[in-house]
Design a protein around this ligand. Structure first.
Ligand SMILES: *[C@@H]1O[C@H](CO)[C@@H](O)[C@H](O)[C@H]1NC(C)=O
Ligand SMILES: *[C@@H]1O[C@H](CO)[C@@H](O)[C@H](O)[C@H]1NC(C)=O
Ligand SMILES: *[C@@H]1O[C@H](CO)[C@@H](O)[C@H](O)[C@H]1NC(C)=O
Ligand SMILES: *[C@@H]1O[C@H](CO)[C@@H](O)[C@H](O)[C@H]1NC(C)=O
Ligand SMILES: *[C@@H]1O[C@H](CO)[C@@H](O)[C@H](O)[C@H]1NC(C)=O
Ligand SMILES: *[C@@H]1O[C@H](CO)[C@@H](O)[C@H](O)[C@H]1NC(C)=O
Ligand SMILES: *[C@@H]1O[C@H](CO)[C@@H](O)[C@H](O)[C@H]1NC(C)=O
Ligand SMILES: *[C@@H]1O[C@H](CO)[C@@H](O)[C@H](O)[C@H]1NC(C)=O
Length: 321
């Protein structure tokens, strides 16, 4: 589960990065039919050789359709990226005498439900009989992650592999203005969900916890969630008081090696990045200068501070220059 989660984060970020790279090249050839990526890096990680169509119809699972015993996470990974307005087609047989274990399609509300196959707050998008014939069509027309799962057998189908998630990307717009200084997005959608109106700053200085600083009793996972995304080269600033007569329970900053340690607040293989007195004054600065997930935690009181909320993780994204 931990592995999958990490992979997922990486996947999300890879897709975000592909988008960043895709929209970052000023040598974009103009022309309304030219729906390529605008990429001309020689070292790019990902390239479409053929012109990209405006939208696609993708059969989930390919010739396997939507069935028990197939790993759709793996399928989604190898078939990514998916784009805005792509149509996913789910094909599955309706219940019948020969089909005692039919399938369905649910959308899970978040990553946590997805990881756990927790269907309690899931929303059904297709019942067991809607996958017949040409299949059930689902258009990726929102800019958000979609967590799909089969909702049958109390989550057993989901746990056995019938789940996957996608984060649709935007295609590059052909109306990209040429010019070497014009490092904008290459987007010209009027309804785009995300737009920088001001030139993007190169990096930010973010105080962890905002005015709460780095303190006991604050939920930093929640803070990180509402303050995401974080970008490559952003500086996180941790402010906390040094030990003193009036501060018997000081804090520190550790980096945990993986999601597993993070979930359990297992500090055994953690690396200290700041001791209890380094959060004074202007605070301790940490630059997100690697492209990897960072699992932060307070290392004091044998993990009790961590368990009580003093932990969060970030996965820095690349900016869309
Ligand atoms: C892409 O790069 C190649 C080699 O660097 C160059 O010959 C070509 O003109 C470039 N294409 C565009 C559209 O900039
Ligand atoms: C997505 O499809 C809708 C309806 O067909 C269309 O109005 C919209 O322009 C499309 N958006 C993108 C980004 O392709
Ligand atoms: C599934 O949904 C369709 C369309 O809403 C409906 O006609 C059908 O009766 C439903 N089938 C079941 C098994 O609920
Ligand atoms: C599906 O594949 C992924 C790796 O791509 C693996 O982490 C996961 O455990 C697999 N799921 C099942 C149910 O086998
Ligand atoms: C962006 O779209 C607007 C309105 O559709 C249009 O007036 C403008 O010229 C477009 N800009 C570019 C760079 O294509
Ligand atoms: C990050 O900062 C370093 C050092 O200031 C700089 O060399 C590098 O280009 C920056 N990278 C990005 C992606 O902004
Ligand atoms: C914390 O680290 C700083 C800088 O490395 C050092 O000067 C200080 O003595 C350390 N404080 C404690 C309590 O270990
Ligand atoms: C922090 O908030 C998250 C949801 O955002 C929740 O899942 C978690 O249990 C909370 N942690 C603590 C220690 O309250």
């Amino acid at each position: 589960m931990a592995l999958m989660y990490t992979k997922m984060l990486i996947l999300i970020t890879i897709t975000a990065t592909i988008l960043a790279i895709g929209s970052s090249n000023p040598n974009f050839e103009q022309g309304p039919q030219n729906w390529n990526f605008g990429v001309n890096h020689t070292n790019e990680p990902f390239r479409h050789k053929n012109p990209v169509q405006a939208s696609r119809r993708i059969i989930v699972g390919g010739s396997d359709n939507w069935r028990f015993g197939f790993n759709y996470t793996e399928w989604a990974r190898t078939n990514a990226p998916f784009f805005f307005n792509d149509t996913l087609v789910f094909k599955f047989d309706p219940p019948s005498d020969t089909n005692a274990h039919p399938h369905s399609i649910y959308l899970l509300p978040n990553l946590w439900s997805y990881l756990r196959c927790d269907l309690r707050w899931a929303k059904r998008v297709a019942n067991t009989s809607q996958g017949g014939g040409e299949g059930f069509e689902f258009v990726l027309n929102k800019w958000k992650p979609y967590y799909f799962a089969c909702g049958e057998s109390n989550g057993f189908h989901c746990q056995s592999g019938m789940k996957f998630f996608v984060m649709p990307l935007f295609r590059c717009n052909p109306n990209f203005q040429k010019g070497p200084q014009n490092w904008n997005f290459g987007f010209n959608y009027t309804n785009e969900p995300f737009r920088h109106t001001n030139p993007i700053q190169n990096s930010r200085r973010i105080i962890v916890g905002g005015s709460d600083n780095w303190r006991f009793g604050f939920n930093y996972t929640e803070w990180a969630r509402t303050n995401a995304p974080f970008f490559f080269n952003d500086t996180l600033v941790f402010k906390f008081d040094p030990p003193s007569n009036s501060n018997a329970h000081p804090h520190s900053i550790y980096l945990l090696p993986n999601l597993w340690s993070f979930l359990r607040c297992d500090l055994r293989w953690a690396k200290r990045v700041a001791n209890t007195s380094q959060g004074e004054g202007e605070g301790f600065e940490f630059v997100l200068n690697k492209w990897k997930p960072y699992y932060f935690a307070c290392g004091e009181s044998n993990g009790f501070h961590c368990q009580s909320g003093m932990k969060f993780f970030v996965m820095p994204l690349f900016r869309w220059y």
